[in-house]
Design a protein around this ligand. Structure first.
Ligand SMILES: CC(C)(COP(=O)(O)OP(=O)(O)OC[C@H]1O[C@@H](n2cnc3c(N)ncnc32)[C@H](O)[C@@H]1OP(=O)(O)O)[C@@H](O)C(=O)NCCC(=O)NCCS
Length: 401
């Protein structure tokens, strides 16, 4: 197999569903900017791209039809560039990266793009008209279970206390706030956003502004404040708005190419996608997915936990992120606390602070991971997430010299 080089990886900011800066911007406009940002940073002609795989968890309404192809046309790519939409729920964006990379590795493409899009403001989680098969829902209701309930199940079954979840959430916000202050989010492309404004004569006009930061980060978070929040998914549970991932709007994209294309186009690759894998688990504790997918990834690649310098473990919920880290032997606070010199997990904060725009997240985390690997000179990084329905996905990324 050939190598698959990541030549650029960018993202829009992640902004709060309904309350945030991107709530009135269509998903098409978000992904178009991510695609143009990625190709711009790669510094190649749009016509060089063979195909785009675009992750989306609820590919319907404004982000429906085949947004993977439509977005390319809107972004001014020539007709020759094909595109598809892929869905593996929360891993859709990473699945897209893996599918594009695999195509390059197999020799079927020289240059591909991958990305993810989710406007959770415009298309709600679950979709506009979910239609579970009634007979199957009766026989196996867990298949359609609420994600928050699975987080409660993980907390209860594996004894992840509310206290620990809140502490993890606090550190996620602190890391994100510090990363913002220090300008570490170099993967963000300033994004033009729409806002509909009512004028004094009663007419509504669409105004635009540029958003260049994640607007869900709560730098003023305290453990005491988190402690006071009511549980959301179970009266006597432990999962709150403070220790869950935020629902978010965002898009991300990357350019992936072969070694031959790297030479021919004279570009400098950032990293390589070494391996990607997925694993299944019980639907009613889907959050444990990374605890299966990551060991599988390490076995496939002959790597050990100690070989990995940076981890992006998606924080769907604090309970499942903590449990997954514990299973890997890196659950100790020193690996994720913002003020720890040994921190290696979600060093710029995770989805609790920065948001989890479902189908975009896999591509978003890739952009963040690669930027951090570049900044710190870390050779190997792993990105992983749990997936609704009961799965985990994981990818190994290697820095290019
Ligand atoms: C948990 C959930 C229902 C909360 O939704 P929400 O009420 O819209 O959440 P918000 O982020 O707006 O927070 C609500 C309130 O909690 C409080 N809060 C949240 N985070 C806080 C923090 N760090 N410190 C103090 N208070 C906080 C605030 O009062 C906030 O209200 P405000 O926005 O007016 O300040 C939603 O975030 C959710 O469903 N998350 C999981 C998404 C999911 O399942 N994804 C797929 C995973 S597989």
């Amino acid at each position: 197999m050939r190598d698959a080089y990541i030549v650029s990886a960018v993202r829009t900011p992640g902004c709060r569903r309904n309350k945030g800066a991107l709530a009135q911007t269509s998903p098409e406009k978000l992904i178009v900017q991510a695609l143009n940002g990625a190709i711009g940073r790669a510094g190649i002609d749009k016509g060089e791209v063979d195909d785009l795989m675009l992750g989306c968890s609820f590919p319907e309404a404004e982000q429906g039809l085949n947004i993977g192809r439509i977005a390319l046309q809107m972004a001014g790519f020539p007709d020759s560039v094909s595109g598809a939409t892929v869905n593996r729920f929360c891993a859709s964006g990473l699945e897209a990266v893996a599918q594009s990379a695999t195509r390059v590795m197999a020799g079927w493409s020289e240059v591909c793009m991958a990305g993810g899009i989710e406007s959770m403001s415009i298309v709600p989680m679950g979709g506009n008209m979910p239609r579970p098969l009634a007979s199957w829902a009766k026989e196996s209701p867990d298949v359609y279970i609420s994600m928050g309930v699975t987080a409660e199940n993980v907390a209860n079954r594996y004894k992840i206390s509310r206290e620990l979840q809140d502490e993890f959430a606090y550190h996620s916000n602190m890391k994100a706030a510090e990363a913002q202050k220090k300008g570490y989010f170099t993967e963000i492309i300033p994004t033009v956003a729409d806002k509909f404004v009512e004028k004094s004569d009663g007419t509504i006009v669409c105004e635009t502004f540029v958003q260049n930061f994640d607007d869900g980060v709560r730098a003023d978070t305290t453990i005491e404040g988190l402690k006071k929040l009511k549980t959301v998914f179970a009266a006597l549970g432990s999962v709150t708005a403070g220790n869950s991932s935020q629902t978010t709007d965002g898009a991300a994209a990357s350019v992936i190419m072969s070694g031959d294309a790297v030479k021919r186009l004279g570009v400098k690759p950032l990293a390589k996608l070494v391996c990607y894998t997925t694993a299944g688990c019980k639907s009613d504790e889907m959050g444990v997915g990374p605890a299966y997918a990551i060991p599988k990834l390490l076995k496939l690649t002959g790597k050990k936990v100690e070989d990995i310098g940076l981890w992006e473990l998606n924080e769907a919920f604090a309970s499942q992120a903590i449990y997954s880290a514990q299973q890997l032997g890196i659950g100790d606070k020193k690996y994720w606390a913002y003020d720890s010199p040994d921190k290696i997990i979600n060093i710029n904060g995770g989805a609790i602070a920065l948001g989890h725009p479902l189908g975009c997240t896999g591509s978003k985390l890739l952009a963040t991971l690669v930027a951090n690997m570049q900044r710190l000179g870390v050779r190997y990084g792993v990105e992983s997430m749990c997936i609704g329905g009961g799965m985990g996905a994981a990818a190994l990324i290697e820095l290019c010299e």
